[in-house]
Design a protein. Structure first.
Length: 655
């Protein structure tokens, strides 16, 4: 259990958190949400002991094992898989002890080290690290690549894998889906659902939060309020609380007006003086419920294009990839994750073959595909940044592309202001017109003249989108535009893209954005780009089936490689069949018990959900609310465990 008691935290002169009383139960998966700058990352820093409370106490369990993602990755010569294994520091120490003992020839010390490694499940550590790397998009032939050879985005993934490798009771993840694509996000979501410790995660991806968290902590105006349930449940509960607050405020204001009217009319009248005085006291005791302050949502738009040709862009039998003339840094960015479909010739790396892609006015296409399959390569080929290795790219003469790449935010000129950036694009435009335009993108007043050096990642991304919008493009090609954007900005981007009159091609790990703005999807996999007949749920199923098929093929290859064994005797076959029947009978009995217990759990959970969704619950004792939340967590964990066991038994019976 983690407890904050009258906890307060400052950053400079600014009070981030004030008088926080909060208990986080063991095993909770807690989503920490709130606007940028509200104190989310500072709260994590306090848990890690990097900053001290300005008031109050933070109580952590003794011997708490904590894991988090490092912000920096040194340019090490170590292989990626060994760097990830180093996340388990205790195991790494035991392995060093083993090596030292071997070097000294100390058999006693070697035996102790072997025993310790076995206790720590160290002999399968390399396999576990390999699974983490695979899930986060690293191809098998890159596991032994030195860390220093990976680009910045891939090093972030290495740090995430290293944090997941560490045995922990408390896992802190700050924006873990940044630098991941959709496949890796789906894998991470599954991994975190199985995590047995306490999880605190900061994320602006609402679909990811909905799939992972069991509780939500909302930071706003220096306060922290705990909600039971995922992000969608938080939105429903908060909306109801705000509605009740506004009703209470209006009722109180009506009572206040009535009392004040009586006092004003009769305070000078002797016969009514006593009654007037009692109403003055009543006025003083009124709670002073605040009116609900409606947050002004940030909105922006992409201007109507000057021209909108019907047939905008076409790829005819195009082979897409990199030649010797391609920028070397671009190749390094994609190289660590290239799949087996890549074909290399002399100075040529072909990633996609025979692509036939036609883009019409008004089309909205989302690109889906496994890590490193070539989504960014396809986008760069559509932009014209990469020339086709074969085939032809045809663009309409009136085509005007707005391109947001994964490196766009980093390419902003250091030391320059938003005004400087826009003036570079439009040297003949008046200063007032530039300032008016920047104001619509929330760079109003002096903000237009501040250096981007002090901007957050979200502010830089917003400026990059503003610079794209200035050109009035009729085709938007957006490659992971939501990295660093908070929830409000993501909603604003979704609204702007939905209203955009031109065509759109989008690569994103944000399923909420993809679902809102894309009308159709293309799948990029195994060297092929083709229309995908389905939605995002269908794509997730395709991914699971693809992974399962690959596993079956591997098992088949291993089985084919095994030596032929002698044929069983009739007596051996009878004994094996009897044992199989007994195992099947036991499995069926267990399946029936699991189904009965799961049905009981679902009934209890439904009752708990109804109680926790009732606003009156939160007016009662805190201890009772915490008990309900803890019971809900226990039941969900038990249900997950039972469902996993049921699936294994069912597959065993089917086999």
């Amino acid at each position: 259990m983690i407890a904050f008691r009258h906890f307060a935290l400052r950053r400079g002169s600014r009070l981030l958190l004030s008088d926080i009383d909060l208990v986080i139960q063991s095993g909770w998966r807690l989503g920490v949400i709130g606007r940028n700058g509200c104190g989310k990352s500072s709260l994590f820093a306090a848990l890690q002991g990097k900053v001290e409370a300005d008031a109050g106490d933070l109580d952590l369990p003794a011997k708490l094992r904590m894991a988090s993602v490092a912000q920096e990755t040194p340019a090490l010569p170590d292989p990626a898989i060994e760097y990830v294994m180093g996340g388990d520091e205790e195991l790494a120490a035991a392995l060093r002890d083993e090596m030292d003992a071997q070097a000294r020839g100390d058999t006693e010390a070697m035996a102790r080290a072997h025993h310790r490694i076995e206790e720590l499940h160290g002999y399968d550590a390399r396999a576990r690290a390999g699974r983490l790397l695979h899930g986060l998009g690293f191809a098998a032939d890159t596991h032994d690549t030195p860390v220093k050879e990976f680009s910045g985005g891939w090093r972030v993934r290495l740090n995430l894998a290293r944090a997941l490798m560490a045995p922990s009771d408390l896992l802190l993840l700050d924006e873990p889906t940044n630098h991941l694509d959709l496949d890796a996000v789906l894998w991470l979501e599954e991994w975190l659902r199985r995590y047995q410790g306490t999880l605190l995660v900061i994320s602006h991806d609402r679909e990811f939060l909905d799939g992972v968290i069991s509780h939500t902590l909302h930071l706003s105006d220096g306060k922290a309020k705990l909600y039971t349930g995922n992000y969608s449940a938080f939105e429903r509960q908060r909306a109801e609380q705000l509605r009740q607050q506004q009703i209470a405020h209006e009722r109180e204001q009506a009572e206040r007006a009535h009392l004040q009217s009586f006092v004003d009319r009769f305070k000078a009248k002797a016969s009514k003086a006593k009654q007037a005085q009692s109403r003055v006291k009543r006025l003083e005791k009124l709670a002073g419920t605040e009116a609900v302050r409606a947050d002004r949502p940030f909105r922006f738009q992409f201007a109507v294009p000057d021209r909108l040709p019907d047939s905008m862009l076409q790829l005819e039998e195009v082979d897409a990839g990199y030649s010797a003339a391609s920028p070397t840094d671009e190749f390094r960015e994609v190289a660590p994750s290239l799949e087996a479909s890549v074909q290399e010739g002399e100075g040529v790396t072909t990633i996609l073959h025979q692509v036939r892609f036609r883009l019409e006015a008004g089309e909205r296409i989302g690109l889906l595909g496994p890590n490193g399959a070539g989504k960014s390569t396809l986008v760069k080929t559509l932009v014209g940044e990469l020339a086709p290795l074969a085939g032809e790219r045809k663009a309409h003469k009136d085509l005007k592309i707005g391109y947001f790449a994964q490196h766009t935010v980093e390419s902003l000129r250091e030391g320059a202001s938003p005004f400087d950036h826009l003036q570079d694009k439009a040297p003949g435009v008046g200063a007032q017109a530039i300032r008016d335009f920047l104001g619509t993108w929330n760079f109003a007043g002096d903000r237009a003249f501040e250096s981007v050096d002090g901007f957050s990642g979200g502010e830089r991304a917003r400026l990059a989108l503003a610079l794209i919008a200035w050109d009035k493009p009729n085709l938007l090609l957006l490659d992971e535009p939501t990295n660093h954007l908070d929830l409000d900005m993501r909603e604003a981007l979704a609204d702007a893209l939905a209203e955009f009159d031109g065509a759109l091609v989008l690569v994103s790990h944000d399923r909420h954005l993809l679902g809102l703005v894309c009308d159709s999807f293309w799948r990029v996999a195994d060297g092929v780009a083709e229309p995908f007949d389905g939605d995002l749920d269908d794509y997730a199923r395709w991914l699971r089936n693809r992974s399962s098929a690959a596993k079956k093929n591997k098992n088949k290859e291993e089985a084919d490689a095994k030596p032929v064994v002698r044929e069983e005797s009739p007596e051996e076959r009878r004994r094996r069949a009897a044992a199989q029947r007994e195992n099947e009978k036991t499995a069926r009995q267990r399946v029936k018990k699991i189904e009965t217990r799961v049905a009981s759990i679902e009934g209890e959970l439904a009752a708990l959900d109804a109680k926790l969704a009732d606003p009156e619950t939160y007016n009662g004792p805190t201890a009772e609310m915490m008990r309900l939340g803890q019971r809900q967590t226990e039941l969900r964990k038990e249900k997950e465990t039972l469902e996993g066991e049921w699936l294994e038994l069912y597959e065993q019976l089917e086999a």
